[in-house]
Write a protein that binds this ligand. Structure first.
Ligand code: SAH
Ligand code: SF4
Ligand code: F3S
Length: 422
């Protein structure tokens, strides 16, 4: 259901498009971070296209520039400042609007730095004010004022924001926002607010609409999808069962579940479905029970391995992908060996590997036993070598089998091959 605030923003969209009438205007957008941010950018694009801007892939040829930022690791932040440097030069030569938003803007030290060192930025918006972009852009166009539109709240849900999807077969659908887990290394709960779940009917209607438009694959998104909490005790497993019934959708995926909340009803819902992908993402982070404890993950190495076994017992063809952080404060050689041990035991199909990055304001940043960069990098390389050494052998199980895949067109490099876009 469209909220009152979104109705008001639709009026601003109209106002901006009136101001822009008759002009050929383009936007350039840079999206960083996770799928939730990509989904947010689809909403940003939905709004700006309705305001009369069309997409430019050329950084030198646009009138409105938008950066949707991520701050989960330090390197994402560095990239943003590099980009702002480039935009400064463009702005010196022509009259452009620069809007910067997303997770990084929820950090006070960052917005202070932007105000001080990058004063040419026109609009700064946060994760809780994304829906107000039309109003912010209207004000900056008509009054030429600089806007900082950040609020620090637990968060709300806005339905009815225009969306322009980046793909016409595969769509991401956010089912819950925010996170309550406060893993000690992670900035996300500070910048995305508390957990809040969309109403089941809003989610199901969105997916039914996508199915009608011809979408085949849906990814349900949230920082902790299995703590989805709809009204009247409607849980994640109920949602999976209902999405499974939607005709036309053939593949269902979800990211990310938290191992501590991966309950049997969810496993059973996957087992009963022919559409839910057998590649299940189960973020490990570390294989060491003592590191997991200081990470505030709330499971042990054994509980993680038990969960994998519980899933495999019910779903024998299940395979797994995961996230792993190396070099968390206090990680000893033995702790790291425990991570390698879990990697050997589970035989992951895919591992997203990260070097621990200190995040201001988190508990782990205040820990004294930080690991030297050199050791972190060496461990990262060892983990990578272990994983990559297993790929060929791991893939043998697919030789001679039939697998269902989503193809979206012919390969650019070879017109005789089918491929998927992303
Ligand atoms: N909510 C999701 C993922 C959030 S962020 C989950 O819990 O699985 C995606 C990944 O980034 C995390 O799983 C973690 O592996 C990694 N990450 C988060 N904070 C990090 C940090 N400070 N340093 C390095 N990696 C980090
Ligand atoms: Fe970060 Fe942990 Fe929340 Fe994932 S579950 S977003 S890692 S605090
Ligand atoms: Fe995603 Fe980065 Fe924000 S991982 S939630 S865009 S901090």
């Amino acid at each position: 259901m469209e909220t009152k605030q979104i109705k008001k923003q639709r009026e601003y969209i109209e106002k901006v498009s009136k101001v822009n009438e008759g002009k050929v205007l383009k936007y350039y957008i840079l999206t960083m971070g996770c799928k939730l941010n990509e989904n947010d950018s689809e909403k940003i694009i939905g709004m700006v296209e309705k305001m009369g801007y069309s997409e430019s892939k050329d950084i030198n040829d646009a009138d409105l520039y938008i950066i949707n930022t991520c701050c989960v690791r330090e390197n994402a932040e560095e990239k943003v400042f590099g980009k702002l440097g480039e935009l400064k030069k463009i702005k010196e030569e022509k009259n452009i609007i620069i809007a910067i938003g997303g997770c990084m803007m929820q950090e006070e030290h960052i917005t202070k730095k932007i105000k001080k060192s990058y004063p040419f930025v026109d609009v700064i918006f946060g994760t809780h004010t994304l829906h107000k972009l039309p109003e912010d852009i209207y004000k900056t166009i008509t009054k030429r004022e600089k806007i900082k539109d950040i609020i620090d709240i637990d968060g709300e849900i806005y339905e009815g924001i225009p969306v322009k999807r980046s793909n016409n077969r595969q769509a991401s659908v956010t089912i819950m926002y925010g996170c309550n887990n406060f893993c000690s290394y992670c900035i996300v709960p500070y910048v995305r607010g508390r957990e809040r779940s969309r109403k089941k009917d809003d989610i199901l209607n969105e997916i039914k609409g996508l199915a009608k438009e011809g979408y085949k694959e849906i990814t349900l998104l949230g920082q902790n999808v299995n703590s989805y909490n709809g009204e009247n005790n409607y849980k994640f497993s109920n949602l999976l069962k209902d999405v499974d019934k939607i005709e036309g959708i053939e593949i269902i995926r979800f990211i990310s579940p938290h191992p501590k909340d991966f309950t049997d009803d969810v496993i059973e819902a996957i087992q009963a479905s022919k559409k839910i992908s057998r590649l299940i993402h189960v973020p490990l982070q570390s294989g060491s029970t003592s590191i997991l404890k200081t990470m505030n993950r709330k499971y042990t190495k054994e509980q993680y391995l038990n969960l994998i076994n519980r899933i495999k017992t019910k779903i024998p063809d299940a395979v797994f992908s995961t996230d792993i952080i190396v070099g968390f404060p206090g990680e000893t050689e033995k702790d790291f060996e425990d991570t390698l041990d879990v990697v050997r035991k589970v035989n992951f199909e895919q591992i997203f590997m990260f070097i621990y990055s200190r995040r201001l304001g988190t508990v782990a940043d205040r820990m004294e036993n930080q690991i030297p960069e050199e050791i972190k990098h060496k461990r990262f390389d060892r983990l990578k070598a272990l994983f990559e050494g297993n790929i060929e052998q791991n893939n043998q199980k697919y030789v001679g089998t039939m697998q269902k895949v989503l193809v979206e067109g012919y390969s650019k490099n070879n017109p005789n091959m089918l491929t998927r876009k992303n």
